[in-house]
Design a protein around this ligand. Structure first.
Ligand code: ZN
Length: 203
């Protein structure tokens, strides 16, 4: 069984992943959570260690060696969870699909990058999934359901020609709805009409 949890930042994907893993641990099943070693935002061990439950969190490099480690280590557990799958190469999808033949696999990842383009690994995992849980955040501008992640640099929308993954570049992120997701050079956002085929169309 493969469950994919997808959505923008601030949608509660990690919380949902840990909630699902904890239920399995309470039922006496062994579980491991893998996350990319570049992500230091949270410590899954401390998050999941209450109620006297033990959960092994493993940080692995977000490359082919990390995918191999997840496949080999993951085979020792009843439940395998992987957070931030978008950082891993697309081959992670086949590794998780294989593991899911004999155990529960739960994978969480960002749906779209800051430009609004799909993360290949997340989409590939979702394609193999038996169940896809699509979560939304709340738009920082209007309060409606948010499906996009807005990158801001110095408080202003980041241009379309920036790197897809920024680590420690002084950037911040907000959840935004389709209407308020702004990418200068790509999407004007803020309800601005987009020109399609020479005619004005409401975005
Ligand atoms: Zn909005």
């Amino acid at each position: 069984m493969l469950v994919a949890i997808v959505g923008p930042m601030f949608a509660g994907k990690t919380t949902e992943l840990i909630r699902r893993v904890e239920r399995q641990i309470i039922a006496g099943r062994s579980a491991a959570i893998f996350k990319p070693s570049i992500d230091s935002r949270y410590d899954a061990l401390s998050v999941a260690a209450h109620n006297g439950l033990r959960l092994r969190a493993v940080a692995v490099p977000p490359d082919e060696s990390g995918v191999r480690e997840i496949a080999e280590e993951g085979a020792k557990y009843d439940v395998v969870a992987v957070d931030e799958v978008q950082f891993f190469p697309p081959s992670l999808a086949e590794a998780l699909d294989g593991l899911a033949d004999d155990r529960l696999v739960i994978a969480a990842g960002l749906n779209l990058d800051y430009r609004g383009e799909p993360f290949e690994t997340t989409m590939r995992v979702a394609a193999y999934a038996d169940k896809v849980v699509s979560l939304t955040a709340v738009c920082k501008i209007c309060g409606r359901p948010a499906t996009r992640t807005q990158r801001l640099i110095g408080g202003r929308p980041a241009p379309a020609d920036g790197p897809r993954i920024l680590v420690g570049g002084g950037e911040t992120y907000e959840a935004r709805c389709r209407r308020h997701h702004v990418v200068p050079g790509l999407r004007e956002g803020a309800g601005a009409p987009r020109r399609i085929g020479g005619r004005r169309a409401v975005g």
